[in-house]
Design a protein around this ligand. Sequence first.
Ligand code: PLP
Length: 225
Amino acid sequence: MNVQTNLENIQENIQAVCEKVNRSSDEVKIIAVTKYVSTERAQEAIAAGVNNLGENRDEGLLEKQAVIKNGAVWHYIGSLQSRKVKNIINKVDYIHSLDRMSLAKEIEKRANKPIKCFIQVNVSGEDSKQGLSKEEIIPFVKALSDFKQIEVVGLMTMAPLTSDETVLRNCFRNLKLLQQEVLSLQLSHAPCKELSMGMSNDYQIAIEEGATMVRIGTALVGKEK
Ligand SMILES: *Cc1c(COP(=O)(O)O)cnc(C)c1O
C-alpha cells in the first residue's frame, strides 16, 4: 500500500478520462477521504501532493487537524447531525452534505464566516440514501437566499452501490442536469459551479459526466478500520 503510487495511478486515470471527453484535468480535484485511516496515512496523502482531505465524523476531523497543520483544505463529507455543527463548522472549508433546512439554520447560527456548501441530492431516490430529492432542490436553493453564511458552491451525490455502468452514469448525468437548472436561476448565493461526485469505484464515470471534485478513499489511502 503506497499512497504515492495510488495517487499516480489515479492521476493517470483522470488524465486519460479527461482526454477522452475533452476536459482539462485541472478541472478535477481529488479529495482524499481519510475516514478509514490513521492520521499518519492522511499525512502520506499530503506528502504525495494531495491537499484536500475529507472526513465524515467530527472526532476524525478534529483528531487529524490537531496534527496536520500544513494548510490542508478540509471537507466534511458525511451526514451531519445538527448538534455536531458547532464542533466542526469553523474548522472546515467545505460541507458536502447540506440536506435539510434545519441543518442550514444551524450552520447559519454557528458559522463565523460564509461556508462553501454542497447540497446533497438523492438522485436515485433510494430510501437508504441521504439527500434531498431532485424535486426539492430548486425550492431549497431559493430558500437559502437569506442565509448569509451559506454559499451554495455545488451539488453532491452518492451513486447507488452497483457496478452497473448505465445506472451510475444516469445518476451523475442527472446531477449535472440539476446543476444546470440551478445555474439558470443565476442566484448570487448559489454560484453552483462544482459537482462533487465519484468515489473509488466510479470516479472515472463521474468525471466523464462532469465531476469537478471526486472523493476517493479506499483506492487512494486504503482502508485500515
Ligand atoms: C467514504 C466516502 C467516500 C469514499 O469512499 P471510497 O469508496 O472509499 O472511495 C466518498 N464520499 C463519501 C460521502 C463517503 O462517505
